[in-house]
Design a protein around this ligand. Structure first.
Ligand code: HDD
Length: 703
């Protein structure tokens, strides 16, 4: 009896075979075949029974002698490591960086010497404040950390999707993060800055105002990792073979253009698919649509630095692209998902101090502090000093040193010499020519704790950012501030924030104050230096102004019913695919629908699981009868009304009109609605979608 139970359990427990387990969702195989490897313990002892603990009789006590059981449970008990103290939730992918032209004039970094050279890369995107299990569409900064395995050591460019930071000095980082994350007594709110502690700290920290404009903008709710920019933030140095230095700022630009969602949509996406950004990257890479970014550099010399309006060491400032044009120097392609999330994405250790010869730091006090923090945190997180032995962190170029021992040492150094110099003629020696040489900048001064006067202007670039946004984007900033501050319970904190906004833009301040119901307008906050109003708007700062004018890489949700028109469905599919976009069918049942001509069309989602917030545009491909059955379905009505409210382009068949009426959407409400009756109309619809959103509708729907 016990024996036969054991056998059937073995069969079903084996489940996926090795190939399908590796192959990210291949065929399912239920049978244990002759190729199936034997299960072993960690030490290779073959296991005879993985279903039952060793016990006395079939109903007696378990035996401590069961080493297989003890080893299995012991290992399971230790599966977790501390999550990152910030950027805990992240998602990574492998790829490569391809250099366009030699930059030898500016840097001796090996990665920039040869045109066409490909360097392996690993990238991890993240949110900052939320825990590892939080949702993807938090209003938050996104981490954009790139590890480049160059031939002269790993280069980590640990950036964000926002080019400035909250604070100027690393010593304030723990305070910033404490204030942003859950409040310590109650351990909420999760993954959001809409709470008293965050805005209390921010409102006491005027240097954060420029960053506040960015995080309240649509940049903080990106549609996809694939559609966001990345920034190295700090000024770094490039150093050439003659030891000459050029200042540099690094910017990654997505080939598919920038795109964000709207807040009302973000909130609903978090419910519908908390893994929205992860799934998006996974789906794109698995289907061969490899996302790409161009690396651009803003190069400048000391003379520019001395004459620029702001201090180039101040991480709360940008150099507008209109002032120094970013030059493309290479492209980053992500083309492979990790085999294993933990081994790679969780264990990857980014460190700002990982720079190869030819790239160097500036004196930015934020960067200098980061250079301490990242090494320190990896020791805590990964448990010992040998985390560079983990494959994802190990360099892919030859390396040789005398570091030894420690927890989990993975290599077997051979020979007698473990020091240098030695008389045995063994082991590596330093190389003054090839080796990393710090740029020999002349430094002198008193030992002080002082912030430079040149860091004192906290509002001018915040104003410039706001003035550079299109009206819908400005409206979103006002709404975001209103939303966040409405969650702040202490009126004094709300008012303090409004007093800062008065220094940025009076209309913004009064709009927010009005929407918060603040009756007595506060005085503007005291500014250390006068705020400038002569900085010209920088169009490069707007997402909408820099849209892709293509629908490539985007996704259309097509709502189907029984009786739908197969020819139109196919015409739509080819128009969407010709654009490089993806179509997913949504239906009342996930099993699909019977089209008018009897064809069976499979669905990817049931309506409840495929709301329109998951798509960039939607089509209502419904027969009149099919629409009739959906008239009282809340999810079907939401599908339509949400798509309309989020300013999406909507295609529809005449049969869908009763459902649209129920959802409060007039078929001729605006030019974002396209009646579909032919292949030509399907094509025209996809072309209209290139604008991504019909922002003109926003005034009507009041987002
Ligand atoms: Fe940081 C992680 C980006 C300031 C200390 N940071 C971390 C990650 C990114 C950034 C993308 C996630 C890396 C990954 O995916 O593993 N951090 C930034 C940027 C900053 C910044 C762009 C400002 C320009 N960070 C900053 C400061 C400090 C830290 C000022 C400390 C003084 N950051 C850390 C950390 C983390 C980290 C505690 C947590 C996990 C890790 O390093 O590996 O060391």
């Amino acid at each position: 009896m016990a024996k036969s139970a054991h056998r059937s359990a073995r069969q079903s427990a084996s489940g996926l075979d090795q190939n399908s387990a590796r192959g990210n969702g291949g065929e399912l195989h239920q049978i244990v075949g002759s190729e199936t490897p034997t299960l072993t313990t960690a030490l290779g002892t073959p296991v005879s029974d993985d279903q039952n603990t060793l016990r006395i009789g079939d109903r007696g006590p378990s035996l401590i002698e069961d080493f297989h059981f003890r080893e299995k449970i012991f290992h399971f008990d230790h599966e977790r490591i501390p999550e990152r103290v910030v950027h805990a939730r992240g998602y990574g992918a492998h790829g490569y960086f391809e250099t366009y032209e030699s930059l030898a004039k500016y840097t001796r970094a090996d990665i920039f010497q040869r045109a066409g050279e490909k360097t392996p890369a690993f990238v991890r995107f993240s949110t900052v404040a939320g825990n590892k299990g939080s949702f993807d569409l938090a209003r938050d900064v996104r981490g954009f950390a790139v590890k480049l395995y160059t031939k002269e050591g790993n280069w980590d460019l640990v950036g964000n999707n926002i080019p400035v930071f909250f604070i100027q000095d690393a010593i304030k980082f723990p305070d910033l993060i404490h204030a942003a994350k859950q409040e310590p007594d109650r351990d909420f709110p999760q993954a959001q800055t809409a709470h008293d502690n965050f805005w209390d700290f921010i409102s006491l920290m005027p240097e954060s105002m420029h960053m506040v404009m960015w995080i309240m903008s649509d940049r903080a709710i990106p549609r996809s990792f694939r559609f966001m920019q990345g920034f190295g933030v700090h000024t770094f140095r490039l150093v050439n073979a003659k030891d000459e230095s050029t200042f540099v700022k690094f910017i990654w630009k997505p080939k598919l253009g920038m795109q964000s969602v709207v807040w009302n949509e973000a909130v609903k996406i978090n419910g519908a698919d908390p893994d929205f950004h992860r799934r998006d990257l996974w789906d794109a890479i698995q289907s061969g649509n490899f996302p790409e970014w161009e690396l651009t550099v803003q190069l400048f010399d000391q003379a520019f630095a001395d004459s620029f309006d702001f201090d180039i060491l101040d991480a709360t400032k940008i150099i507008p692209e209109e002032v120094i044009e970013p030059i493309p120097v290479g492209r980053l392609v992500l083309d492979r998902m990790p085999d294993n999330f933990f081994a790679e994405t969780e264990q990857v250790a980014f460190m700002t101090q990982n720079v190869p010869p030819g790239i160097d730091f500036s004196n930015d006090p934020l960067l200098q502090g980061r250079n301490f923090s990242y090494l320190d945190t990896q020791l805590k997180r990964l448990g010992g000093p040998n985390f560079t032995h983990i494959p994802i962190n190990a360099p892919k170029c030859p390396f040789a040193h005398f570091q030894q021992d420690g927890h989990m040492a993975m290599r077997n150094p051979v020979g007698r010499a473990n020091y240098e110099p030695n008389s045995w003629g063994l082991g590596p020696r330093e190389d003054p020519q090839r080796g990393f040489r710090s740029f020999a900048d002349a430094e002198e001064g008193q030992k002080v704790r002082l912030r430079a006067e040149s860091f004192a202007d906290h509002y001018s670039q915040a104003r410039q950012f706001f003035n550079s946004q299109t009206p819908p984007e400005q409206r979103h900033i006002a709404m975001a501030l209103t939303f966040e501050l409405s969650k702040v319970q202490a009126p004094a904190i709300r008012e303090r924030m409004v007093s800062h906004l008065l220094n940025i833009d009076e209309t913004l301040a009064t709009t927010v104050a009005d929407k918060l119901g603040i009756r007595n307008m506060p005085e503007p906050a005291e500014a250390a230096v006068p705020t400038r109003d002569d900085l010209p708007p920088s169009p490069a700062l707007s997402i909408i102004e820099n849209g892709p004018d293509s629908f490539k890489g985007r996704k259309v949700g097509v709502l189907l019913s029984d009786g739908t028109d197969t020819a139109l469905f196919e015409a739509l599919r080819s128009a969407i695919e010709a654009e490089g976009a993806v179509m997913e069918a949504v239906a009342p049942k996930v099993g699909g629908v019977e089209a008018a001509d009897g064809t069976h069309i499979e669905a990817r989602h049931m309506i409840d699981g495929g709301p329109s917030v998951l798509f960039d545009a939607v089509v209502l491909l419904l027969s009149e009868e099919g629409a009739g059955l959906l008239l009282n379905e809340a999810t079907a009505k939401d599908f339509v009304s949400d798509a309309f409210a989020h300013c999406k382009f909507i295609g529809f068949t005449p049969g869908a009109e009763p459902l649209m009426a129920k959802a409060g959407v007039a078929p001729d409400a605006d030019e974002g609605l396209t009646r579909l009756d032919s292949a030509a109309s399907a094509k025209a619809f996809v072309q209209a979608c290139r604008k991504l959103r019909l922002w003109a509708r926003e005034a009507a729907v009041k987002l």
